[in-house]
Design a protein. Structure first.
Length: 133
């Protein structure tokens, strides 16, 4: 079962990288979410998949009885899911506001907020003209 999940994790990472390389910001966001899910699945599988009992301690005892599942990966994945959902919600609102302000989801078209690159020749020529007068 672990080998099937390892293959699934590899496919999820490959798909997320493919989505994150797109120019569309929304596809990048979905790739980020898919990568987060692949990481969560990796943490979950690292705790070993067993048919063991849940890690509960019976009343009056100090430790669980018999073989129990590891609770740490489950707690880490649950925390990562909550943090990932918060990141996704924030990024989705940020992408939506960017779309409203700029009218596009293309990351190359969103570059108008950056200053235009100046060529060295025009800048040097403007300096010499300013010094001459």
């Amino acid at each position: 079962m672990e080998s099937v999940l390892a293959l699934l994790i590899g496919l999820m990472v490959a798909a997320s990288v493919y989505l994150m390389l797109a120019r569309n910001v929304l596809r990048f966001l979905f790739g980020l979410v898919l990568l987060s899910n692949a990481a969560n699945l990796t943490i979950f599988v690292s705790g070993r998949l067993t048919a063991a009992m849940p890690p509960l301690v019976p009343k009056g005892m100090t430790e669980p009885v018999g073989v129990v599942a590891n609770a740490l990966p489950q707690a880490l994945v649950l925390t990562a899911i909550v943090i990932g959902f918060g990141l996704f919600a924030f990024a989705l609102v940020l992408v939506y506001r960017g779309y409203l302000a700029l009218g596009t989801l293309d990351s190359d078209a969103m570059r108008h907020a950056e200053p235009a690159p100046e060529s060295g020749g025009q800048k040097a020529q403007a300096k010499t003209e300013g010094e001459a007068s």
